[in-house]
Design a protein around this ligand. Structure first.
Ligand SMILES: *[C@@H]1O[C@H](CO)[C@@H](O)[C@H](O)[C@H]1NC(C)=O
Length: 225
């Protein structure tokens, strides 16, 4: 039953994309940071009351190794410093790279109540550098194929105490929809579903901060012809 629904969804997405009739209304406002610095572009393919579904075409990310920590905030700070050094030229080509947004932290929650979770922090590689991102010790290039994501926005500084609530709220929002089925299918086999926290502002910006929770999924059966 779920598989059949998912197939229908993928068919629908495939058709919409081939016909070029994605909804024009971009209900979600693009984070203001993205008018100043490069962000990966996306199409909003569905807008719910308090979430949206985006489709990112291929994108390239520079990622840290997995960081074990009990704190998302701590792990993100650690990862961000590595990525900040990288764009400042601490890489094998000694090349400076433009800052982009968002910086994302992919969280693989521990299955026990006290164990540390693991985090991978990533920086979106500007288009200009995507063909040949400078290698750097301890960092890895991740090439994403077409990726869909359910998105919930929230503002302020990301805190360990709020991330769980925001993620739970996003789950609630997509509960019972085909998006939930798609997310579950993409994350089958994980003991606890991996989610992503996207942050668009530097620690020095105090106002209009934009953050998002992402629950990503792929559409393997998507019609691409
Ligand atoms: C993504 O790819 C599709 C199909 O090639 C294209 O129609 C769409 O404009 C692209 N979206 C973005 C945001 O680049």
């Amino acid at each position: 039953m779920a598989a059949f629904s998912l197939f229908k969804l993928s068919l629908l997405l495939g058709l919409l994309s081939n016909l070029g009739i994605w909804p024009e209304t971009h209900v979600g406002i693009v984070p203001p940071t993205c008018s100043r610095i490069e962000c990966p572009s996306y199409d909003v393919i569905y807008a719910g009351d308090d979430y949206e579904i985006r489709r990112y075409n291929e994108s390239v990310w520079m990622s840290t190794s997995s960081i074990e920590d009990i704190s998302l905030v701590g792990a993100t700070r650690n990862g961000f410093l590595q990525l900040f050094n990288y764009i400042q030229g601490k890489n094998m080509y000694e090349e400076k790279i433009e800052m982009t947004a968002p910086v994302i932290s992919q969280v693989s929650p521990s299955d026990g109540p006290v164990c540390a979770s693991s985090f991978v922090v990533s920086f979106y590689v500007p288009k200009k550098n995507q063909a040949n991102p400078p290698p750097a010790e301890g960092l890895h290039v991740h090439k994403w194929g077409t990726t869909y994501t359910a998105v919930r926005k929230f503002s302020g500084f990301v805190m360990d105490s709020s991330v769980g609530e925001e993620t739970a709220a996003l789950y609630d929002s997509i509960s019972g929809t085909l998006w939930e089925t798609a997310v579950d299918k993409s994350h089958a086999g994980e003991t606890a579903t991996t989610y992503t926290v996207a942050q668009y502002n530097s620690p020095f910006e105090f106002e209009n901060r934009v953050n998002e929770i992402w629950l990503t999924f792929t559409m393997e059966d998507e019609f691409t012809s």
